[in-house]
Design a protein around this ligand. Sequence first.
Ligand code: ME8
Length: 524
Amino acid sequence: MSKFYLTTPIYYVNDVPHIGHSYTTVAADVLARYHRLKGEDVFFLTGTDEHGQKILRVAQDREETPETLVNRVVERFQKVWQRLNISNDDFIRTTQPRHTRRVQLIFQKLYEKGDIYLGDYEGWYCVPCESYWIESELVANNCPECHRPVERLREKNYFFRLSKYKDGVLKHVEAHPDFIQPESRKNELCSRLRAGVEDISISRQGLPWGIPVPPVSTEQGQTIYVWIDALFNYITALGYDDEAERFQHYWPCDVHLIGKEILWFHGAIWPALLMALELPPPRRIFAHGWWTIEGRKISKSLGNVIDPLTITEQYGVDAYRYFLLREVPFGLDGNFSYTALANRINSDLGNDLGNLLLRTLTMIEKYYGGHVPQPESTPGTLDEDKPLMEKVKTLKTLVEKEMESLQFSKALEAIWDSIAQANRYIEESKPWVLAREDRQKLSVKLYTLAETLRLIAMYIAPFMPHTAHEIQQQLGISVEEKEQRLSYRWGLLKPSTRVAKGKALFPRIELSPQPSPKVNLPTV
Ligand code: ME8
């Protein structure tokens, strides 16, 4: 059985999760479910990044300890992932002893190897991004990433010899076209690597909230830089390297899903750290685009933070999952609007999918007493039945191709092409006329439609697990997950199965009123 290890970034717990965090996590969940259905041994990791100055400051502003803050906010993340039906196999928190202990061991190993050394840091630091910047990188004296003010640092720090590994990383990126995706971001990363890289500071002096640097030298009071602490989660969660079995089984990671703003850390620093540890790099890093809300950056001060709990309460979990992955090609930036969400629900989900199920089951009830008919001739022998059958049969290859390249929206487009074809098949074959004139043909049409729906349910299962289950129930079939992977073949729906028409899958929703920003604004 082949293995598939995938991760999301571990999110900062200085604030509650919003649509952006849910985007990466839902995408990872879809991928994990898809690979499980393929029969692979999947390990899906997510978690939280709980150290650093940013979190410490938020805790201080709230007059509470950082422990209290992170313990409260992590619950919110876990609650949101539960609501969104996220099927992660592990959840790592960087404050857990299994992580802190291993990060210290790694630090020590790299120090002993000579890849970490003590030096003096003088430069700038952006607390919101937890990033070091040199003077020439600043834009109008602000952080080039988030454009907020930076702070001057002058302190003793430990450094990592990034410069030593730069050529090796660049060579690896160039030699493995799929390593960094999408292509445009890979090119940006390569230019930055070619432009030259200096060693990086990897500790902070006197920062009380973080993993203490182990006593490798006489220098006291250093804390491991939060980004270094965080990146190692991808291997500490697997047990690197004191419980090596799980690690050896799942490493290298098959895909790290991240947002585009943290590609430098993942595409340059992370592979260099792994090279220093003599470990293979991950197979793929995919940096997706950023969501804006109604055309504006997501920001608390603009009051446009979308809380996944509120929005799924109003619009439904599966509709939200579908929208996130259908609306924007993975890799590009996207804009969220309530109108676009409502349109997708009413049109793709309600009109196309929901109606297909409703019409098919209504006709099976009306003409066959609620039992899937035995087709009285072999489906697909008549020319008029071929286009739909062929389309559904080729769906597997199409969906596989798009899922392998993480083109979720294209995979969904292909599935919806089959749904559209099935709806056209109803229009063209007019079962209500056949019911009077040709019962033999009618049995073929209704069987073909029900079997199409069985297969559609399987294809949408990674994206919309509840909906897939609901369709299966209404079709009268109960399918165990492990059976599903065997049932992509046409014709497995048993004639005479008793269908159970249920409620509409996606009742029509009104485009307005939109939730007020106040309702939407979650707090820590
Ligand atoms: O960067 N659109 O954590 P973070 C799309 N702790 N995705 C978005 C988004 C948006 N507007 N906003 C956030 C950190 N994301 C570090 C990571 S990993 C070793 C350490 C998603 O809480 C996207 O995946 O700032 C982005 O990379 C991530 O949240 C940043 O989360």
